[in-house]
Structures are given as C-alpha cells and as structure tokens.
Design a protein around this ligand. Structure first.
Ligand code: ZN
Length: 182
C-alpha cells in the first residue's frame, strides 16, 4: 500500500511509494498528516513511522490532463464491473468468461471508442451480440452509457485505505466518490 500525497491545498494528487513519501518528509518538502506507527519503515540507519497521508508544503501546479482515454480499467470501473446487458458482476462469471469492451455501434459499422459508445459486457453477451447493434438482436442496455466523472474514476481504480479515502472525500465531497468502495 502506498502513501496518499496531497497538494498544499489538500487536493489529493496521487499515490506514491512510501519510500518517496518519507524522503519528502525528511527533506521538509511535505508534512506527514497520518502515519502508521504499527508498521515502521526501516532504512539502513533508522526506523520511521510509515507515512500514510502526506501534504506538500508548497503548492504544485498540476496541469489537468486532457480527456482521458477509455481504457478497460476505467470502463469496467464506470460500469461497476458488471455486464451492461445481463447484469452479471465480474464475481459471477464462469471461469471461461471475462469482462470485455463492447462497442454498442460496432467499429466495423462506424462506431467509435467514446464513452457513450462503449460498455462493459461479459464475453458471453459480447459474443451473442457480435457485430450487430443491440436492437437487431433483442438485447437491451441496463443503463445509458455516459462520460463519467473523471475524479471519481481516477480514485475508484486505486487501492486506498479507509484513512486515505477520508482525505479524498474531505476534498471532493461525499457524492463525487460514490464509486470508491470503502
Ligand atoms: Zn452479460
């Protein structure tokens, strides 16, 4: 588990390795807001409480990334790891089945990779649909696909501890982060 790094403004920036977080604290570039005393971090010469959440002393300007590509990681998170045709969750799939990306309008028929044209489908539903659009094969989407909230998505796919989630929620508010499972 890494350390959550906050900007000076408390904006959650990213998860960084504990070693790097500790370096920032020792160099006084960051302050440790939460540490794990029970899990000390050992360097060659000393032992430190493991930083869990740090805050940068100086504000760093982070350029907002342009429109995020729809990778399967983000797509499956948006759809809560469930097939958008039959509703099966990843956990309910047979061992030869998997989650896949389905293009509602197939690429071969002019469809694209935008958020509104891709959904999570189990391999069985994807196979059944083939290169047809849903209405041609009597399949119906459980929900209308839309572009998700970027912040929500970014944090939904990361491994974070309940303490770290508290800081993420503190900054963005409760509703934005409904996808985080803690
Ligand atoms: Zn399915």
């Amino acid at each position: 588990m890494g350390c959550l790094a906050l900007n000076a403004s408390f904006e959650p920036l990213t998860i960084i390795p504990v070693r790097r977080a500790l370096r920032l604290v020792i160099d006084r570039k960051a302050e440790a807001l939460e540490v794990d005393e029970d899990r000390p971090f050992r360097s060659e010469s000393a032992e430190f409480p493991t930083p869990v959440v740090i805050r940068l002393v100086r504000y760093v300007h982070v350029p907002r990334r342009l429109r995020r590509q729809v990778t399967n990681t983000f797509l499956f998170a948006r759809d809560r790891y469930s097939c958008q045709y039959c509703g099966k969750h990843r956990r309910e799939l047979g061992h030869r089945e998997s989650l896949t990306r389905d293009h509602i309008v197939p690429l071969s028929r002019g469809g694209d990779n935008r958020w509104t044209n891709v959904v999570t489908a189990c391999s069985r539903c994807n196979l059944r649909k083939g290169s047809r659009i849903p209405s041609e094969c009597g399949m119906r989407l459980l929900s209308e696909p839309a572009e998700p909230n970027e912040v929500e998505l970014v944090w939904a796919v990361r491994r974070v501890t309940p303490i770290q989630v508290r800081y993420i929620r503190m900054f963005y508010g409760e509703e934005v982060l409904r996808l985080i499972s803690h």
